[in-house]
Design a protein around this ligand. Structure first.
Ligand code: ZN
Length: 77
């Protein structure tokens, strides 16, 4: 019997893919942000891709990216 456990990132991506019109993709840093925000909370950019296709493809990238863990290397950057 096979079971699937979705991590937080994957759950969020699935939610975004279900309702892409509630989100948009930041043109500056590729973050997916809520449709209602005026500037990106990550890079403070104000240019967005608001079409559903961009949001869905970016959510798919997000979901397929492996969960990132903090390594010693990260701490010394
Ligand atoms: Zn951004």
């Amino acid at each position: 019997m096979k079971q699937f456990f979705f991590d937080e990132r994957t759950r969020k991506a699935l939610k975004i893919m279900a309702m892409p019109f509630q989100y948009k993709v930041c043109a500056g840093c590729d973050s997916i942000v809520a449709e209602r925000v005026n500037s990106c909370p990550n890079c403070h950019g104000y240019r967005f891709y608001e079409d559903g296709d961009s949001v869905i493809s970016q959510a798919r990238v997000l979901a397929s990216r492996p969960q990132q863990s903090v390594t010693a290397e990260d701490l010394h950057k």
